[in-house]
Design a protein. Structure first.
Length: 393
C-alpha cells in the first residue's frame, strides 16, 4: 500500500488563507445584498405604500420559515396568503421580488469581480476560467506557441446567437443597473470613514428628487414620474407634492395609486376635508385598499368626525389585527365620544400588545389618562353607545 501523502505546512496555510478569503467574500456579498434589499424595501414602502411593503415582508419571512425549517404551517400560511391576493397585488409583489433578484445578481457580479481582483493581486496560479490558465494547461500538455498558431490559423470560430425574448430590457433599465454596480464598486474600493459609511448607507432623497426632476423635464407628460416626485416631496413640500399628483391625475384620472398619493399629500397639507372627498371616491373604486382607509381614518379623526373615523379604524383592525396602534386610535375615538367603558377596554388591549419602544409615546399618554378615566366610569359618567342602524357593520 502506498504511503498516504499529507499536505505540506505551506499547502495547509494556503488552504486556511483561501478559507478565510472565501468567508470574507461571502460576508461582503451578504452585506451588499442586505444593503440593496433595505434600499429596495424603503423604495417599495415610499412608492407603493406601507400595505404592499408589509405584504412583501410577510411573504418573505414566511417563505424563509418554510424553506429553512421545513415549517409545514408556514407553507400553509404562504399558500393562503398567495391565493388571497388580487391581480393588482400579485403584480406588485412579483415586481418587488423580481427587482430584488436583479439587485442580488448585481451584487453577485460585483463579488465575482472582487474575487478576481483579489486573486490577481495575490499572484500565483492563474485563476480558473482565465485565458492564462488555458495557456498553462496547453503548455503542460506539450503544445508549443507554434502549434497553437497553426491551429488558430485554420480553425473556424463561429458564434451562436440564441434569442431570449424574456431578456429584452430597456436601455434605461440597463443604465440604472450599471449605475448601481458602479456605486457598489466605489463603496468597495474607497476607504470610507465611519461617518461616511453611515451616510452612504442612507438613501439621499435630495439627489433622488434632482434625478426625477431632470427626467420629468425631458418627459413632461409622464404621469408616473410626476407621481414618484409627488411622493418624494410629500413631507418636505406638500404644495409641490399636491401639484405633481394633480397633474398626474389629469393625465390618468382613473389611476387609484395616484389618487391615494394625492390624498396622502392632502392629509400632509392638513386639507382634511378635501382628502375625505378624494378618498370616498377611491374607496368606492377600490373598497379593500388599506392605505385609502388609513388616510380616511386620519382625515376624519382630524376633522373630529369621530363616529365615521371609528368605522374606519375598526375596518383597519379587521384588515390588520396585529397593528397595535389601531387599538390606541379606537380607544381615543371612544374617549372623545364619551364612551368611556369602550375606551377603557380598547386602552387595556393596546397596553397589553404595545411595544415599549415603538409605542412609547402612546403608552405614556394612556397611562396618564387611565386613572381619571376609571374615576369617571366609577362616577357613572360617559355615555352608552346605542346601536346605529345606519352604521356600517
Amino acid at each position: 500500500m502506498s504511503p498516504q501523502i499529507m499536505p505540506s505546512d505551506t499547502e495547509l496555510r494556503s488552504n486556511r488563507a483561501d478559507d478565510v478569503l472565501a468567508l470574507e467574500e461571502d460576508t461582503r456579498l451578504r452585506n451588499d445584498i442586505r444593503l440593496l434589499g433595505r434600499i429596495l424595501g424603503d423604495t417599495v414602502r415610499d412608492q407603493e405604500g406601507a400595505d404592499v411593503f408589509d405584504l412583501v415582508e410577510r411573504i418573505r419571512q414566511t417563505s424563509i420559515r418554510f424553506h429553512r425549517d421545513d415549517d409545514k404551517p408556514a407553507r400553509r400560511e404562504l399558500e393562503i396568503l398567495l391565493d388571497s391576493m388580487s391581480t393588482s397585488q400579485t403584480v406588485r409583489i412579483v415586481r418587488a421580488f423580481s427587482y430584488f433578484s436583479h439587485l442580488a445578481n448585481i451584487a453577485e457580479d460585483q463579488n465575482n469581480i472582487r474575487q478576481m481582483r483579489a486573486r490577481s493581486a495575490a499572484g500565483g496560479t492563474p485563476r480558473p476560467g482565465t485565458l492564462a490558465l488555458t495557456l498553462s494547461h496547453a503548455r503542460a500538455a506539450g503544445f508549443s506557441a507554434a502549434d497553437l498558431r497553426r491551429f488558430f490559423a485554420t480553425a473556424l470560430v463561429s458564434p451562436v446567437l440564441t434569442a431570449h425574448p424574456t431578456e429584452v430590457r430597456r436601455k434605461s433599465t440597463i443604465d440604472r443597473e450599471m449605475e448601481i454596480a458602479a456605486l457598489l464598486n466605489r463603496r468597495e474600493r474607497v476607504q470610507l470613514t465611519p461617518e461616511e459609511i453611515e451616510a452612504a448607507n442612507r438613501e439621499d432623497p435630495t439627489e433622488s428628487r434632482k434625478a426625477l426632476e431632470t427626467l420629468l423635464g425631458k418627459n413632461p407628460t409622464n404621469a408616473m414620474l410626476m407621481a414618484r416626485l409627488g411622493a418624494s416631496y410629500r413631507t418636505v413640500d406638500p404644495a409641490r407634492s399636491l401639484d405633481l399628483y394633480r397633474r398626474a391625475l389629469e393625465i390618468e384620472p382613473h389611476n387609484v395609486d395616484y389618487a391615494i398619493g394625492y390624498s396622502s399629500a392632502l392629509v400632509q397639507a392638513r386639507r382634511f376635508a378635501d382628502a375625505v372627498g378624494v378618498l370616498r371616491k377611491v374607496i368606492s373604486a377600490a373598497p379593500d385598499n388599506y392605505v385609502a382607509h388609513a388616510n380616511l381614518a386620519t382625515a376624519l379623526y382630524s376633522l373630529k368626525q369621530y363616529p365615521q373615523a371609528l368605522d374606519e379604524y375598526e375596518w383597519l383592525l379587521k384588515a390588520k389585527p396585529d397593528l397595535t396602534v389601531t387599538h390606541y386610535f379606537i380607544a381615543t375615538t371612544h374617549d372623545y365620544l364619551g364612551e368611556y367603558e369602550q375606551a377603557l377596554t380598547a386602552y387595556e388591549l393596546f397596553l397589553a400588545r404595545a411595544d415599549p419602544k415603538t409605542n412609547q409615546l402612546e403608552i405614556e399618554k394612556v397611562k396618564l389618562r387611565l386613572p381619571s378615566l376609571r374615576r369617571q366610569i366609577q362616577l357613572g359618567q360617559g355615555v352608552k353607545r346605542k346601536p346605529d342602524p345606519t352604521r356600517k357593520p
